[in-house]
Design a protein around this ligand. Structure first.
Ligand code: ADP
Ligand code: MG
Length: 238
């Protein structure tokens, strides 16, 4: 399970309203991409879903449960950041297992899950290394692996490819797509890159200045953009 309902979510930082009433339904297993220019509120929306920020008003509902009083670690969510956020002093294996260990998962189960995730992400040769001994692409695969072992209902990705060079971006994008097919998990993916959005998404949410401009499948947005902004952003012909 991994359905998500966002109901009229608003978020202000002081006097500045950054999310101006977001409504969105995500069904179990969907791959949803939030796309929009820098500063439009994509990361803030992801952080509100994860519980890293409280909304000013509105509700976030996961599998039918309002999660406003549920702390981030208990929401069944795993987040992957642009900057990987790995512990430098821990091996790949221990980076992947730490969250499970802290949650009291038995050691044998941690081993099993790391085995599955590292096979899926071709990380077996690197399990004993530390992050400094890995390339950027390998580090991001570790961060993704750390999310996979938690078996979350919802994966949240915040511009996970932004720090990678062009060739690695393509590879890692394909790996994320493959992961989605294999796990059949719900994934929400933030990017400002139109190509990533068009190739990964079941459904694209176009954000602009804290509002949703349009929600639709890639071809729907391309062929029938709701307005000039969406047309310009998705690259529809004039
Ligand atoms: P995006 O991810 O789309 O680039 P963000 O969600 O990071 O945009 O930011 C949206 C707006 O909210 C920006 O104007 C940003 O400066 C502002 N913002 C984000 N986080 C904070 C914060 N903790 N305090 C104040 N302003 C913030
Ligand atoms: Mg951002």
């Amino acid at each position: 399970m991994g359905s998500l309902n966002i109901e009229n979510v608003k978020k202000a930082f002081g006097p500045v309203e950054v999310l101006k009433g977001i409504n969105l339904e995500v069904t179990d297993g969907e791959f949803v991409v939030f796309v929009g220019p820098s500063g439009c509120g994509k990361s803030t929306l992801l952080r509100v879903i994860a519980g890293l920020e409280d909304s000013t008003s509105g509700r976030v509902v996961i599998d039918g449960v309002d999660v406003s009083t549920i702390p981030p670690a208990k929401r069944g969510i795993a987040m992957v950041f642009q900057t990987y956020a790995l512990y430098p002093h821990l091996t790949v294996k221990n980076n992947m297992g730490l969250g499970l260990k802290q949650a009291g998962t038995p050691a044998a189960e941690i081993e099993r899950r790391i085995g599955v995730a590292s096979a899926m992400l071709s990380l077996e040769p690197y399990l004993g290394r530390r992050p400094a001994e890995l390339s950027g692409g390998q580090r991001q695969r570790v961060a993704i692996g750390r999310a996979v072992v938690r078996e979350p209902k919802l994966f949240l990705f915040d511009e996970p490819l932004s720090n990678l060079d062009a060739a690695l971006r393509v590879n890692t994008r394909l790996e994320i797509a493959q992961l989605h097919r294999r796990l059949k998990a719900t994934m929400i993916y933030v990017t400002h890159d139109q190509v990533e959005a068009m190739t990964l998404a079941d459904k694209i949410v176009v954000l602009n200045a804290g509002r949703i401009e349009q929600i639709g499948g890639p071809m729907e947005l391309y062929n029938a953009p709701a307005n000039e902004f969406v047309a310009g952003f998705i690259g529809s012909p004039k």
